[in-house]
Design a protein around this ligand. Structure first.
Ligand code: HEC
Ligand code: HEC
Length: 516
């Protein structure tokens, strides 16, 4: 069970997970169970003393390297960025391995960015002296900047984890008052590679159905109504007219363009690259070259990015190349290769019974209607390269990088892969009480993406703004389309409700040896 690798983050591989116990048998759960069977290892082997010692040794080595980095940085400030990103030129001209991409991306994620990297200065406002101005409350879509690095908010429960209440971001505000902003709690970033691939496959399915409907309507010369669905999830209906146009009024849970956007609480970003570009911009005040090129070519409104006179320094902070396509690809390649969350049922037999009962109630009362336990990936290959066109850099989200990984459905076949994310990747109306202050990226205030629940145990507080301190509160605060299911939860007796919470507390991540 223990997997050791040579690269630095390999050390996070799970010693403690393996300490969990020997054979895990869940009462009432058959091996061939569609989604649970895939998550549970038949047995978890306790590592030998030797294996543990190797892990400790490697963790110490990693720690030493980090100490060295720190000293190097003290001696030659600014040198570290050299080790923390690959450039577009690197991608185009040098053979880069996936392992290198992972290690360098890991550095980039942990790096504290500085003014000489283009950090800071928002709306082109110059700050006096060297120190740039942090802004806790974002100014519209221009961002804070509110942090020096990604790690500053995504670290709860382990590296690349979630954020606490104090790490919340204050989006779309007036740049000053907290109350003007839309509060958001940082989600964990595990398993995003599989999610990106799922969403892309779903988009393809939906768009193909729409195209066929339009074609059929013009062929038959009459209106054709077609149900839209992707991976078994229904997205409403579409009507094709004889002139080839489509009526999208009855499309549900996805924007009218039928692009499934699985990132952000509201589901406003389609790709990891888009989410990362946005994150560099709003949290670090760093502009990507692709964004600046689009503004230059009139494809994108330049307003959120500053009023600099030169297209290549729109935020007018004097740094002209802040985030090139290579830096974006470094981060995409890193996040796409992160581990997937796992299920860690309780060891105590009484709690294990509760777990099994809760898992069943989760389906019976309807939670699984939105938090769909498993979606299947047909092709786990993902292009993480610098452009959508060639040259491509392909990562296999089911095999490359840090484990544990999503697993194949059949041991003997190479496809499909099961992603136990507990989401339908669809947006739902969650009612007025949960609504955000404003719409975001065209998603209405009351609508949110069904939050994937994998990894949940390590991510309190809950809900988009972190308003729910416990899982119970999170469930009770469900409204709108989820109100009937919430009521079904409330109608259970306390023991049954407790079982659901025990089940949810098992959605966790593999514990890893890590020297902070
Ligand atoms: C100030 C805190 C903060 C910092 C710094 C930060 N993030 Fe985030 N991150 C968030 C919040 C809050 C969200 C949810 C955003 C939303 O709902 O629109 C988020 C969401 C994400 C997501 C989408 C995850 C999902 O499941 O929807 C990704 C990917 C991400 N961040 C990557 C990064 C990267 C890469 C960096 C560094 C360049 C970074 N973040 C820096 C707070 C932060
Ligand atoms: C109509 C669809 C829907 C149903 C039914 C539903 N949920 Fe949710 N759930 C959501 C959405 C959307 C969110 C995100 C809300 C937000 O961002 O504030 C969410 C969030 C959550 C969260 C918080 C996750 C986090 O990371 O903060 C938990 C826990 C949760 N749901 C559990 C449940 C349980 C248990 C049930 C059954 C009683 C249930 N949900 C039923 C749509 C649904």
């Amino acid at each position: 069970m223990i997997r050791l690798t040579n690269h630095r983050t390999g050390l996070r591989f799970g010693a403690a997970a393996a300490l969990l116990g020997a054979v895990v048998a869940i009462p009432g759960v058959a091996r061939e169970d569609t989604w649970l069977g895939g998550i549970l290892a038949d047995e978890m082997v306790i590592p030998s003393d030797e294996a543990l010692l190797v892990q400790v040794g490697e963790a110490v080595e990693l720690r030493r390297r980090e100490d060295f980095d720190r000293m190097l940085d003290a001696r030659d400030p600014g040198e570290l960025i050299e080790h923390a990103t690959l450039t577009t030129v690197d991608f185009d001209h040098r053979p880069i391995t996936k392992e290198t991409l992972f290690v360098v991306g890991d550095e980039l994620f942990g790096l504290l960015l500085r003014p000489e990297n283009g950090w800071g200065a928002r709306d082109g406002r110059k700050t006096p002296g060297y120190t740039p101005r942090l802004g806790r409350v974002h100014r519209g879509t221009a961002g804070g900047p509110d942090a020096f690095g990604c790690f500053g908010c995504h670290s709860k429960g382990g590296p690349d984890g979630a954020g606490m209440q104090t790490q919340n971001a204050f989006l779309l505000g007036d740049g000053g008052r907290l109350s003007s902003a839309d509060e958001r709690n940082p989600p964990h970033l595990l398993g995003l590679g599989p999610i990106a691939v799922l969403a892309a496959e779903m988009t393809n399915e939906l768009q193909a159905q729409a195209a066929q409907t339009a074609e059929k309507a013009s062929e038959k010369g009459r209106d054709i109504e077609q149900a839209l669905s992707a991976k078994g999830v229904s997205f409403g209906r579409i009507v094709g007219h004889p002139d080839g146009s489509l009526d999208r009024a009855a499309v549900e849970g996805v924007a009218e363009d039928l692009v499934v956007r699985p990132f952000g609480w509201k589901g406003h970003q389609a790709t990891l690259r888009g989410m990362i570009e946005e994150s560099f911009h709003i949290h670090q005040g760093m502009l990507s070259l692709p964004i600046q090129e689009k503004v230059r070519d009139g494809e994108l409104d330049g307003q959120p990015y500053g009023d600099g006179k030169r297209w290549f320094d729109l935020d007018d902070d004097g740094v002209t190349l802040e985030v090139d396509a290579g830096m974006l690809a470094t981060m995409v390649g890193y996040l796409a290769q992160l581990e997937a969350p796992i299920l860690r049922p309780p060891i105590d037999s009484g709690l294990l019974d509760a777990f099994a009962a809760g898992r069943s109630s989760f389906e019976v009362i309807g939670c699984a209607g939105c938090h769909v336990p498993t979606l299947e990936i047909a092709d786990p290959r993902m292009n993480v390269g610098t452009t959508d066109e060639r040259p491509r850099f392909v990562v296999d989200v089911a095999r490359d990088g840090d484990g544990p990984k999503v697993e194949p459905k059949y041991a003997s076949k190479t496809t499909p892969f099961l992603v136990h994310l507990f989401s339908d990747l669809k947006r739902h109306d969650m009612g007025p009480a949960l609504a955000s202050r404003s719409e975001q990226g065209g998603v209405p205030a009351r609508h949110f993406l069904t939050r994937p629940l994998w990894g949940l145990a390590d991510t309190a507080p809950y809900l988009h703004d972190g308003r729910a301190p416990t899982v119970h509160d999170a469930i009770v605060l469900h409204g709108g389309a989820a109100a009937p299911v919430r009521d079904a939860y409330l109608a259970l007796d306390e023991g049954e409700r407790a079982s659901i919470r025990v089940f949810l507390a098992s959605l966790s991540r593999q514990p890893k040896l890590f020297l902070p």
